[in-house]
Design a protein around this ligand. Sequence first.
Ligand code: IDC
Length: 459
Amino acid sequence: MKRFSALLATCAMVLGLTALFSPQAVAATGCRVDYTVTSQWQGGFQAGVKITNLGDPVTGWTLEFSMPDAGQKVVQGWNAAWSQSSDSTVTAVGIDWNRTLATGASTDVGFVGSFTGANPKPTTFTLNGVACTGSVDGGGEESPPDPGTPVSINGQLHVCGVNLCNQHNRPIQLRGMSTHGIQWFGKCYNSASLDALAEDWKSDLFRVAMYVQEEGYETDPAGFTSRVNSLVDMAEARGMYAVIDFHTLTPGDPNYNLDRAKTFFASVAARNANKENVIYEIANEPNGVSWTAVKNYAEQVIPVIRAADPDAVVIVGTRGWSSLGVSDGSDESEIVNNPVNATNIMYAFHFYAASHKDNYRTAVSRAASQLPLFVSEFGTVSATGGGAVDRSSSTAWLDLLDRLKISYANWTYSDANEGSAAFKPGTCNGSDYSSSGVLTESGALIKSRISTADDFPTS
Ligand code: IDC
């Protein structure tokens, strides 16, 4: 009897030890946080925080982080119960509908904050006490992008002959969307809309149109520079390329903004040099100016970018609102005969389908065998940005670009009250960017083209 209970005791001990060391007994933990300043103004800002649970499912969560600057305060938050202690510690607790997070599930929360001095981003976060060591937007260490995104497959791009090539030196076409002016439509660019762009639209790229005039960059260089950088980060976090568009328009001579361009590009190129997802577009649409003047501008701005970020692709605007000169009665031969003295560059071609038709398509077909082209902006409507969608011209254009493997970005991923906008007016006041009900005719047409599978070469 005694021996029997001793045996039982030994068994119990073995079982106990097994339970203690069994991997199932230890809950898997881990998380990732993407913190984005979605807009910023004098003394205030709005931040979007995307929380992804990388561990076992949780049925309640607490996010904690420290504000890096003593003057930063949470004013009002959403999608969580927010609080800030007397020091800098901020806490957000999951609420009814998002307190359960399955493995791999995400939730978007956010807040409006105030600040007095600088407004640096917090860099370390915990979820239920566990450090979130996934990629932290704006933090020191970058984690690799998700497998299978446009950026993870294609990596650092470069120009090869007349094509855009990926890291395997194979030609690719990127298809995506342009913002409207970020000075006017900033509210349209947030975690939810960028998630929809990456996941539902399956967009490869996101063009950030930073106007220089019209209440843009010239009014607040530091603010616009940081806004552009955070949009680059949001694209990167979702595996999309970002085109940084120095959106000159009026006046049409880019040399008017030469000093601003040098300052801006020195800053964004240094800050984003180590990223693989950045493409620089140095002048949106030169107009009323000769090709020689545009070329001179390019040859002063490109070295500034190269000094900080030597390997990024640069897009150069062309004469006549980036029409390769066609809208000014010229054509691509002025560029072919007198190209910009730089390597790894492409030339912009822009069109609006209801205004620019066969003669422009002929010019593009001809130019495409001689110049690397990038359609960094186009609309399905007239050149005013409004009017009706020209479905047949838009389709002819997109078929041509697909055939020539020319990358494109559509004007605009916004809810502007004009035919070129992809979303109905008011969409950006809500959080639904995915359902078909929020799309305009242009948005539905373009989404159906962009969201088809890519065929990026993987070797
Ligand atoms: C348009 C916008 C419109 C805005 C106008 C002036 O759609 O809401 O009022 O700019 O800023 C371009 C330009 C692009 C234009 C667009 C449509 O690059 O800034 O946007 N367009 O007119 N080139 C050809 C057309």
